[in-house]
Design a protein around this ligand. Structure first.
Ligand code: GAR
Length: 190
C-alpha cells in the first residue's frame, strides 16, 4: 500500500513512519512521497535521510487553506503516487471538498488531543490551559468537518500535578509517535 505524507514543519511523525517502515513495523505500507507546503521546513530533510521523494509543493497565496489550481496540483502530485493512504502529519492547512473527494476514505490526520476535545490549533496548549487531567492524541479520517471525522484510534496522556507545557508536549508527541505507525500498519492490512 503506497502512502503519501503531507506535512508543514518538523516532520517528527513522518520520520517515525519512515523509521517504522525501515524497521519492518509498517505492515504492507510503503512511504512513496513526502510533500510539504513550506520551502524551509525540516520535514524536507527526510528526503536525504531516508532516500524518499520529499519536496515542496506550492500551496498558493493563502496561509491556511489549499484551493483552486494549487489544490489541483496537490491532487495531481498525490494521485501520481497511487496512494492507498494519504497521511496528514502536521499539515497545517484545511483541505477542502475536491481534495477529500479525490481520495475517498483514504485521508487520515493525526491531532494532538483526545478529539472531540480541543480541535484546531495549539491543541496541547488548549488542554493544558483548560486544566484537564487527561489529554492525548487521535488519528481520524479526514472529512469536511475539521478535526471531526471518524476516529480510528487514540492514546491517552495524563497531565500531572506541576506539569509544564513543554513536558506535556514531549509526552503527547511521544504518544503520537507510538500511535500513528500502528494505525498505518493496521490500515495496510498487516
Ligand atoms: C503534531 O503534534 C500533530 O499532531 C500536529 O502538528 C504536529 C506536527 O509535528 N497537528 C495538528 O495540530 C493538526 N491540527 P511533526 O511535524 O513533528 O510531525
Amino acid at each position: 500500500m503506497n502512502v503519501v505524507i503531507l506535512g508543514s514543519g518538523k516532520g517528527s511523525n513522518a520520520r517515525r513512519l519512515l523509521e517504522a517502515e525501515r524497521d519492518g513495523g509498517l505492515g504492507r505500507a510503503r512511504v512513496t512521497a513526502v510533500f510539504c507546503d513550506r520551502t524551509e521546513a525540516p520535514i524536507l530533510q527526510l528526503g536525504k535521510d531516508f532516500g524518499v521523494e520529499a519536496r515542496f509543493l506550492d500551496p498558493g497565496p493563502y496561509r491556511t487553506k489549499l484551493t483552486g489550481e494549487w489544490e489541483a496540483a496537490y491532487i495531481d502530485s498525490i494521485e501520481a503516487k497511487q496512494p492507498g493512504l494519504v497521511v496528514l502529519a502536521g499539515f497545517m492547512r484545511v483541505v477542502k471538498k475536491p481534495f477529500i473527494r479525490a481520495f475517498p476514505g483514504k485521508i487520515i490526520n493525526i491531532h494532538p488531543s483526545l478529539l472531540p476535545s480541543f480541535k484546531g490549533l495549539n491543541a496541547i496548549g488548549q488542554a493544558f490551559d483548560y486544566g484537564v487531567r487527561i489529554t492525548g492524541c487521535t488519528v481520524h479520517y479526514v472529512t469536511e468537518d475539521i478535526d471531526g471525522g471518524p476516529i480510528i484510534d487514540q492514546e491517552a496522556v495524563r497531565i500531572e500535578e506541576g506539569d509544564t507545557l513543554e513536558a506535556l508536549e514531549a509526552r503527547v508527541h511521544a504518544a503520537e509517535h507510538r500511535l500513528l505507525p500502528g494505525v498505518v500498519a493496521r490500515l495496510s492490512g498487516e
